[in-house]
Design a protein around this ligand. Structure first.
Ligand SMILES: C[S@@+](CC[C@H](N)C(=O)[O-])C[C@H]1O[C@@H](n2cnc3c(N)ncnc32)[C@H](O)[C@@H]1O
Length: 285
């Protein structure tokens, strides 16, 4: 069995697995890394380690899973239990029921186990959204990945995820608390991947923790204060972004990724190209 094959701790909607190398190149060398909207941690898992790393997301089950993975004892317990778990529809139903209860009613490992099962045994690319309650993944076409293999590969990735996360600070807070505290200094970098502007997503998916128009303006205001810290922001192209991130301080770099919009957005629409954009600030040299 190949270890560490999967580079995201949950099959996240809007996950940056394919774009991670471009993002990491733009961030450049650094000592401190901050990621206020980390989702499945697809960028962190590919990025070389740096001295201080802090990630944050409002999604409680996601940050609980990350914390369980980061601690050796709990990561081993989760790995052992998942290794003995069958890809089984009745377990998925039970896990879904358990996740409806308060997170505080369970031990962190118990909760992480059911979150892992309900994420990795079910539909790809919907974790983190309000559409994350589809049942067991069943393939009805001869092309595409195999759900059972995906579940096993995710389980077999746990040792590598533990190794990568063990020195990372994982926060379950609002980014609005975190971003103002990030230092504006040489050697510090920030990667921001907020929920995208609604009209640019072209579909019905909504994150469990989402943004409205005011939040996009607030984020741009917060990020415009950085003069020495390198900031990279992800969005889908949208006319509003030119005003939020003006060209005298920010470079807008199109990064055309072929994403399966039919899976990401509306079932039934055709495969298309997602107009991804990376927005990077000018830093004082
Ligand atoms: C585009 S996704 C990030 C995807 C991530 N880069 C990946 O590769 O999986 C946006 C994330 O922002 C989180 N989020 C939304 N509002 C937030 C807030 N105010 N503070 C922290 N996280 C928030 C959502 O839970 C979601 O995981």
């Amino acid at each position: 069995m190949k270890r560490g094959k999967i580079k995201s701790i949950a099959p996240w909607y809007g996950g940056k697995r394919t774009m991670a190398p471009n993002i990491i190149e733009l961030l450049g060398e650094h000592k401190m890394y901050y990621e206020p909207f980390c989702g499945s941690m697809a960028v962190l898992l590919v990025k070389p380690k740096s001295y201080h790393e802090t990630v944050c997301d409002l999604h409680k089950d996601l940050t609980n899973l990350a914390t369980v993975l980061s601690i050796l004892d709990t990561a081993v317990e989760l790995y052992d239990r998942l290794g003995r778990t069958l890809f089984d529809e009745s377990l998925v139903i039970k896990s879904r029921d358990i996740l409806k209860n308060n997170i505080e009613d369970f031990s962190p490992v118990e909760r992480a186990y059911h979150y892992f099962v309900s994420s990795w045994c079910c539909r790809n690319g919907v974790s983190g959204t309000l559409r994350d309650s589809f049942g067991l993944a069943v393939r009805w076409t001869p092309t595409g990945g195999t759900p059972t293999l995906r579940f096993r590969s995710a389980t077999e990735s746990i040792p590598a995820w533990h190794e990568r996360l063990r020195n990372v600070v994982i926060l379950n807070r609002s980014a609005w608390e975190v971003i103002p505290k990030i230092p504006d200094q040489d050697g510090v970098v920030v990667y921001c991947d907020p929920p995208y502007i609604k009209e640019s997503r072209g579909g019905a998916s909504k994150y469990r923790h989402d943004f409205d128009g005011i939040d996009h303006r607030k984020l741009a205001r917060e990020l415009c204060r950085f003069e020495k810290t390198r900031v990279v922001v992800s969005y889908y192209e949208h006319p509003e972004l030119a005003g939020l991130y003006p060209a005298d301080k920010w470079s807008h770099i199109p990064c055309h990724q072929t994403k399966n919009l039919h899976v990401q957005n509306r079932r039934g629409s055709t495969r298309g190209t997602a107009p991804e954009l990376l927005i990077v600030n000018e830093v004082a040299g």
